[in-house]
Ligand binder design. Sequence first.
Ligand code: GDP
Length: 333
Amino acid sequence: MGASADAAADALVEGVLGGRRRALAQAITLAESSRADDRDRAEALLDALTPHAGGAIRIGISGAPGVGKSTFIEALGRLLTDDAHRLAVLAVDPSSAIGGGAILADKTRMETLARNPRAYIRPSPSGTTLGGVARRTREAVVICEAAGFDVVIVETVGVGQSETAVAGMTDVFVLLLSPAGGDELQGIKRGIVELADVVLVTKADGELAGAALRAAGEYRHALDLLQPRLRGWQVPVLTCSALEGTGIEDAWRTIERCHAHLHDSGRLRERRTEQQRAWLWSEMSEQLLAAMRADPAAAARLAEVEQAVAAGDMPPAVAARRLVEAFLRRARD
Ligand code: GDP
């Protein structure tokens, strides 16, 4: 790296640590880039920023499209920024990995919060795999924390495996459910409900107020039957209305209480340690696969072997072993 590139890298680190938005946006863009030279710079940047990260309350928020996630985050964001917090909102959108219309990238979402100088909103990076999208979002969390944000929300849509990814990078996982009631709980994968530390029934206002209360009762009952994710923490089921601003403060206090419980019981440290370890392993598998794909000899063989597997002429396990062994032999030589 030349002297001017070094100076630019230092300036970017300083800019992020100083909380400057332009530097923050540049740093996240760099981390999202898949170009090899950008990747080197991104890793140097993350290396410099990591000692300054880790200080935020990391909150995962999930719920089906239309349940009221962005309206809730706007209302919570207003409360937090009025209270001198600095809030970053990041998204993990499985649809942005599959291509086609991203569910969470809509530019009109969270308009007021987007203009708030104490808040920073970043739509989901696009990627070819959910793993790739999640990986970049983890790095964005580190960058935002180094920039001084003390609350980081990672939002996702309650439709796929993205919840597991988000629960794997946050401290407290909040599930938003609609007042439609128990029927919906049937439709939502049980695994997602089991990840929840806090459940919030949205839209508890006007004609829906009664239904929201009934739904909360049903969810409470259903949750009683599940193994709690955290020992000593009965998952609270609350109602709120982001439109009327009711229940938002209570939701925040509950999230804070959950975080304090995690901290005091030693589980926060454990959760984050487990998450770091899982991140390491997923980085290793991603990087190994990328190295295999980038290897010209392996790529040529891969095409051949893939065809044989597709035609049913070779068992996938045998094909994979041959490819991996050939790659490792070449790497050793
Ligand atoms: P998202 O897709 O989960 O982000 O949902 P949105 O926040 O975009 O909300 C979807 C729809 O529900 C919008 O039409 C909102 O106006 C409406 N909505 C959101 N929050 C509330 C609420 O607290 N009460 C009512 N009555 N409607 C709400």
